[in-house]
Design a protein around this ligand. Structure first.
Ligand code: ATP
Ligand code: MG
Length: 206
């Protein structure tokens, strides 16, 4: 029996996930709820090793299906050895990215069909899904601007049309699952975006 709640934050690079995670943790801490913070790809020993492989900019060729399978291998480990045990203990978990990212990046970005991704999702997650997903939305041009200063990982090195397709697939997911996925305009100031997140959290019935 799952006793805790599972919240995910998602969106393209530079959308503000890392920026707002601390705010979300503080929001719940004030209510006496401690959030276990984790991330994808990664979150476990094996998952972090897979992350290193997936994001290594020196690796120039990975078949799209291999990328997808590695994402789901990491996610399977993450779910079974970290997320579910924590939720079963009654803890709340916040993950920086989760399954929606596979539909956006491997689906929208790489062009793998939703129905193909569904196969792996049904296999590994079954009917498990986040209680709430905060989807921070910015256009690809803004994403590229915000991450241009740092050393880019393998996926961040992709071109603008890739991120436009990723963003479009995130928005499509939000329309498909409007009760779970809350789309947040993250082109607004950080302060305004925090207010919008707070508004969603305070109105959300967990
Ligand atoms: N609303 C905003 N307005 C302007 N700049 C922002 C806003 N939100 C975040 N930023 C800036 O954009 C940059 C990237 O933000 P952040 O690292 O939070 O994104 P991220 O979604 O975690 O990206 P990644 O997927 O690469 O981890 C940071 O320098 C951050 O200060
Ligand atoms: Mg981040």
């Amino acid at each position: 029996m799952i006793k805790g709640k599972f919240i995910t934050i998602d969106g393209v690079e530079g959308a503000g996930k890392s920026t707002h995670i601390k705010f979300i943790c503080d929001y719940f801490n004030k209510k006496g709820i401690n959030l276990l913070l984790t991330r994808e790809p990664g979150g476990t020993d094996i998952g972090e090793k897979i992350r290193e492989l997936l994001l290594n900019p020196e690796i120039k060729t990975i078949d799209n299906d291999t990328e997808l399978l590695l994402m789901f291998a990491a996610r399977n480990e993450h779910l079974k050895n970290k997320i579910l045990p924590a939720l079963n203990r009654g803890e709340w978990v916040l993950s920086d990215r989760f399954v929606d990212a596979s539909y956006a990046y491997q689906g929208g970005g790489r062009g793998i069909s939703d129905s193909r991704i569904d196969i792996l999702s049904n296999w590994t997650l079954k009917d498990f899904c986040p209680d709430l997903t905060l989807l921070l939305d910015i256009p690809a041009t803004e994403s590229i601007k915000r991450v241009s200063a740092k050393n880019k990982d393998r996926i961040e090195l992709e071109q603008i049309y890739f991120f436009e397709n990723v963003r479009a697939h995130y928005i499509k997911r939000a329309k498909q699952f409007p009760d779970r996925i809350k789309l947040i305009d993250s082109t607004k100031s950080i302060e305004q975006t925090k207010k919008n997140i707070k508004n969603i959290l305070s109105n959300y019935v967990f």
